[in-house]
Design a protein around this ligand. Structure first.
Ligand code: C5P
Length: 436
């Protein structure tokens, strides 16, 4: 399909007009970082206009959810980061869909970059689409994109960044790529970082502390990397470069000068905070943080601590339990890793050099299995779409699934063996992948 940005922006205008013409719509959004930030953009736009709305966050838009909206007579619904994937939205009355997932057979008003030849998997997220519709909170649009693994940002995301730079909401920084420059104490900042893995430092707090002490850098008092002066930062980067010469240590990151210097100041850290809220059943706390409600920060922080603990334990389990099943790497997290974080953990253990995707499974609600997949960008460039795979697998096994090329998921009935057989039969575009 030919790229048509003008038609996309026209659709955005139309969606905004219709959305604001609603009396008291229900805003329904997804629960991951992109879902929470996009839901918050829409809610924020309504608040700015003094318009009434209700909001709910859901894990998936399945038939049960649609039946519930039909039964309760929801006449005006705005779907955000979902909606395009379930044709049954056609049964509802007035609907606006703001989405970036694959869509088919949906007749309701939908703003979706994929319908205009713009890649919703890599260059704009649902939060970006919500920004294009309502033109508010460019910073949240970037948080959603980073949360959806679209960093480094390009295309439509890049345009949003430039809009945010103009409004003073976004600053692009080039610095150490490690997570936690603004929120982790120095010693943990280095010792918890393993991308790239720093031999002798990653997972070693004592050695991390020694490195700072050798450089004459004080670590006391919860000092963060962002508190260091330029000379100190340079000395840390060159010390690391000596340990791992040739590794890409410095990269682009996005910070938000209008937000407090806490976990919401930098896009990567902010998106982790939102994931922590959404994936541990407290998406409303995440939305309140997005809307700068300071009374929500403390609870968000404690969810983040829980999230990190679960990720740490999950990654540790994954390191010794990922199996090579031939077509895919497989992580059986049933009974060990919660369904809300299995996808994040797969993303953390995925190596960009891997020539096959990683598929993780976990126990879902009501005797279902939650499946999450993650693939390297190289695989995707060579033709793999995990979103397609999940959709087909779910269809075959009586579940619901989809997503993007690099990150996708599904919920299926408890039929793990059938699912594995399906993986074995699936092409995964191996002809192309062999050439990677
Ligand atoms: O849950 P997980 O993080 O693995 O999801 C990855 C992507 O797959 C998300 O963008 C999500 O929207 C999509 N997904 C989906 N249908 C599901 C589960 C996940 O479209 N049942």
């Amino acid at each position: 399909m030919n790229r048509n940005e003008a038609a996309f922006f026209e659709k955005c205008e139309e969606a905004k007009k219709i959305a604001f013409s609603f009396n008291n719509p229900l805003i329904v959004h997804h629960y991951d970082a992109d879902g929470v930030s996009s839901g918050a953009i829409v809610a924020g736009a309504f608040l700015n206009q003094g318009k009434t709305f209700r909001r709910e966050c859901i894990k998936k838009l399945d038939d049960e959810a649609i039946d519930r909206y039909l039964a309760s007579g929801e006449n005006e619904v705005i779907f955000v980061d979902l909606g395009g994937g379930n044709k049954r939205v056609n049964e509802l009355k007035d609907v606006v869909i703001i989405d970036h997932h694959q869509t088919e057979g949906v007749e309701k008003l939908q703003v979706n970059p994929l319908l205009h030849g713009i890649d919703g998997g890599s260059e704009i997220s649902a939060a970006g689409v919500a920004y294009c519709v309502f033109r508010t909170s460019a910073d949240l649009a970037v948080v959603g994109a980073v949360g959806d693994m679209q960093s480094p940002l390009f295309g439509m995301n890049r345009w949003i960044v430039s809009e945010g730079e103009k409004s003073g909401e976004i600053l692009v920084e080039h610095d150490l790529r490690f997570y936690g420059r603004y929120c982790r104490p120095l010693v943990q900042f280095l010792s918890y970082s393993d991308d790239p893995y720093i031999p002798g430092i990653s997972y070693r707090e004592d050695r991390s502390e020694q490195l700072f002490s050798d450089l004459g850098i004080k670590t006391e008092g919860e000092r963060k990397y962002s508190d260091l002066n330029n000379e100190e930062k340079k000395s840390v980067i060159s010390a690391l470069a000596n340990i791992v010469p040739g590794k890409k240590l410095v990269g682009e990151s996005y910070v938000f000068p209008k937000r407090p210097k806490n976990e919401t100041y930098e896009a990567n850290e902010f998106s982790t905070l939102l994931n922590a809220c959404g994936r541990h059943s407290k998406p409303d706390i995440g939305v309140r943080v997005c809307l700068k409600d300071e009374s929500a920060y403390e609870e968000a922080r404690s969810l983040l601590r829980l999230h990190r603990k679960m990720l740490r334990e999950g990654v540790e389990f994954a390191f010794s339990n990922v199996q090579d099943l031939g077509p895919v790497y497989f992580l059986d997290g049933r009974g060990i890793i919660e369904e809300g974080v299995i996808g994040v953990i797969c993303g953390m253990v995925l190596k960009q050099g891997w020539k096959k995707p990683i598929i993780g499974v976990s126990l879902g609600e009501n005797n279902t299995i939650k499946i999450s997949g993650r693939a390297s960008k190289t695989l995707v460039e060579n033709g793999l779409s995990l979103g397609d795979f999940m959709k087909k697998a779910a269809l075959e096994l009586g579940g619901i699934g989809g997503g993007h090329s690099v990150a996708a998921g599904a919920s299926i009935p408890n039929k793990i063996n059938e699912f594995l057989l399906f993986c074995g039969d699936y092409d995964f575009n191996r002809k192309n992948l062999d050439k990677v």
